[in-house]
Design a protein around this ligand. Structure first.
Ligand code: SF4
Length: 484
């Protein structure tokens, strides 16, 4: 089991686990603090859900309008049906413009198609310019979180990475580290022939690519190089500028509680003939890569995601191990939903079990995606694929039959009580490793079951409550007297 291997490694990394817990806790608190200041937040969520659902329901219509307006603005539009086509198209553009160097702002779709790896293979240098992405690029790691890609790195690790790759000789002071990264990144903007960005939203009515950053790197990437390529998932559309407004608030509130990001770039196309500065050629690559498979299915709503990361920050599973355990560019509850659905059940189906099904993700999602219901549905698909074996299937059939009959359920409670008591041999807990619960009982003793069921205890407590206390008559006049 591949996922388990990754988890075992990560569980041993105490710093990483503490850091993931701290950062997700801060992001979660920031979101809650902002929501507390906005009495209309629930209304806004409903509005966001309605806009996203309506847009995805008419995705073909909005895509047509978007492409028409992109073209009217002078943007070259390319459709890519899968990861290979995205890579081919980017390489083709790079060749056409004789590009040797690329500066990128954060793009999850480019992670999805492993773009950096392919560009490097073709001799094109790539500079990630989001600070978090810059750090993990030096570490040769994928992002650990949609919004905070390097949340698992300590300042000491970052100092070492800067030393190894850029001869950094200063301290672990955050200001010094950031100032150093800034200097390196400034040089990369100047060197780049092509700027590659993601796309938070694409506005259909105006043909506008919208990019949100807190560091301003998106502005450099979309203004200094000669050529710009924006890579967008086909679902990133919003029909009008008016409808963009609530989605921007929901995205930044969901991400970390900010009312707005520092920089909102809205790009309509290349520079006009009368303008001196600006990008000469703008390309937009609209990517399917499995997304259209969800249209018209019960999973269609998963395309409503605005990639804010709120569900990651509240997830008790994500906060234990971080994003690398998911072995997919998309982690946390949304990653456990879309990775199997768009990137493949075979490779990622197991992720649907990386959830306690507590429902915290549904509550946090600013566009109300029913994530934990989807996780259950994906588990069902995973079971239907037949890879779980006959013994597991038999165990669950017995479990279902037992829990469907009150008589059998009661008998199983008695059997469990006596079975564990016998195995405990007079002790008040079971310290042996139990088959099927090996990982759990490795580090914990299994407690004895209570002889009396919850129902029996509840009934008994009710009887005790009703029993009159000695010296006090039921229906007592003294009580009645007090009331008068
Ligand atoms: S599923 Fe919802 S909470 Fe999670 S990233 Fe997407 S929009 Fe944000």
């Amino acid at each position: 089991m591949k996922i388990n291997t990754a988890i075992h490694q990560l569980m041993k990394n105490d710093f990483l686990r503490k850091s993931v817990r701290n950062v997700t806790g801060n992001l979660r608190n920031g979101r809650l603090d902002n929501i507390a200041l906005n009495p209309d937040y629930e209304q806004l969520r409903t509005q966001g859900q309605e806009i996203r659902t309506r847009t995805i329901e008419q995705l073909d219509v909005h895509l047509r309008e978007l492409v028409k307006n992109f073209k009217a603005n002078g943007v070259k539009v390319i459709f890519a049906k899968d990861a290979a086509e995205v890579v081919d198209q980017v390489l083709h553009i790079a060749k056409e413009h004789d590009a040797k160097s690329v500066a990128k702002s954060k793009s999850m779709v480019s992670e999805e198609v492993h773009l950096n790896h392919h560009l490097k293979e073709h001799g094109i240098e790539v500079f990630e310019t989001d600070l978090g992405e810059f750090i993990i690029q030096l570490a040769d790691e994928p992002p650990s979180h949609i919004v905070m890609p390097s949340l698992h790195k300590s300042r000491e690790e970052i100092q070492q990475l800067f030393r190894d790759h850029h001869n950094y000789d200063l301290t672990t002071d955050s200001d010094e580290l950031v100032a150093f990264a800034r200097k390196i990144l400034r040089e990369s903007f100047m060197r780049a022939d092509i700027g590659i960005t993601g796309c938070n939203f694409a506005v259909a009515e105006s043909g506008t690519v919208v990019i949100l950053t807190n560091e301003g790197n998106g502005r450099f990437v979309t203004t200094l190089p000669r050529v710009q390529i924006s890579i967008m998932g086909m679902e990133r559309i919003v029909p009008t500028l008016e409808e963009l407004d609530p989605l921007l608030t929901l995205l930044t509130t969901g991400a970390n509680g900010q009312r707005s990001t520092m920089y909102i770039n809205m790009i309509n196309g290349p520079k006009l003939s009368e303008e001196n500065d600006g990008v000469e050629d703008v390309y937009v690559i609209i990517v399917d890569n499995g997304r259209s498979k969800l249209l018209g299915t019960k999973f269609q709503e998963a395309l409503n995601c605005i990639r804010c990361g709120a569900c990651l920050n509240v997830c008790p599973v994500f906060s234990q191990v971080g994003g690398h355990a998911y072995e997919s560019p998309y982690s946390g509850p949304i990653g456990a939903v879309i990775s199997p659905l768009i990137l493949g059940m075979e490779q990622h189906g197991e992720l649907s079990y990386a959830s306690s099904l507590c429902g915290a993700c549904d509550e946090a999602c600013p566009v109300k995606i029913p994530l934990h219901h989807f996780l259950l549905d994906i588990r069902e698909l995973d079971v239907q694929s037949g890879k779980h074996g006959r013994i597991e299937a038999l165990a669950f059939r017995i479990w279902a039959a037992t829990f469907s009959s009150f008589g059998m359920y009661k008998s199983s409670q008695k059997a469990a009580y006596w079975g564990v008591k016998l195995l405990a041999m007079g002790k008040d807990n079971l310290s042996m490793r139990l088959p099927g619960l090996k990982n759990w009982t490795n580090t914990r003793n299994f407690p004895l079951f209570s002889r009396r069921t919850f129902l029996q205890q509840y009934k008994q407590s009710k009887k005790t409550e009703q029993k009159p206390k000695p010296g006090v008559k039921a229906n007592s006049d003294s009580v009645r007297g007090e009331n008068l």
